[in-house]
Design a protein around this ligand. Structure first.
Ligand code: BEZ
Length: 221
């Protein structure tokens, strides 16, 4: 069951509602929006089970379980193999990567979900899913997408860093500069010029480097 057409999915953009679906997973039947509840989600696809790069990526996602939980993020993986195949492969991941895979993996042999999310890029990888990442917020909105080729493993430090930035900028009127990490100074949006508003929003003060480039300590630290 899906609630978006393939054409809509091909055009998924930041701010769109992540399409709902029901699918078989390693943890049984999953209704995506219901499963999300009030959490954020990292929904990521990998090309194929029993392959080396994917094994390290799923291992890393599992090892970072506490980091995701701390940020109220649920993890969901997908490839176009079956859930039975995923479950067999999980043993290898746990053995080689020394971790427990505690998140569901969607079995998508029909490619229904992969097509819904535009995870198949036929000119890059024939009929398999590429390495896409969707970060989805509790309102079910797509907040970030990344697409990597099969030969390049993803960086989970970056995925967690972006979640920190999204959660921070949702709560405060700030933006994050290049290579920002949690705890570092942040940027005041140029639109905020009113002295009273500046005083109220940035009680720790700020430094003006250029009229359009002002930095302030991270407000929630
Ligand atoms: C891998 O995960 O190692 C992989 C998967 C598909 C194509 C190439 C590499």
């Amino acid at each position: 069951m899906t609630t978006a057409t393939a054409t809509e999915a091909a055009n998924l953009r930041l701010g769109d509602i992540a399409p709902d679906f029901t699918a078989d997973t390693t943890a049984g039947k999953l209704e995506f929006h219901k499963w999300l509840g009030d959490s954020w989600a990292v929904f990521f696809s990998h090309p194929k089970d029993f392959t080396p790069v994917c094994t390290t990526e799923l291992g890393e996602a599992a090892r970072r379980s506490a980091d995701f939980k701390k940020r109220n993020v649920k993890v969901l993986a997908l490839s176009v193999d079956s859930s039975e195949s995923h479950n067999k492969w999980k043993g290898d991941i746990e053995e080689t990567q020394k971790c427990a895979v505690d998140f569901p993996i969607v079995g998508d042999e029909s490619k229904q979900v992969a097509n819904l999310y535009g995870m198949i890029h036929p000119k890059a990888l024939d009929s398999f899913t590429v390495r896409t990442v969707f970060i989805i917020d509790p309102n079910k909105k797509i907040r970030l997408t990344m697409t990597y080729p099969a030969s390049t493993g993803r960086n989970f430090d970056e995925i967690l860093r972006v979640i920190d930035a999204l959660q921070l900028t949702d709560g405060y009127k700030v933006a994050t500069p290049v290579n920002w990490k949690d705890g570092q100074d942040v940027i005041i949006p140029p639109a905020i010029q009113d002295p009273e508003e500046l005083k109220k929003n940035y009680p720790k003060g700020f430094k003006t480097i250029k009229p359009y480039l002002r930095v302030t300590p991270q407000p929630n630290k």
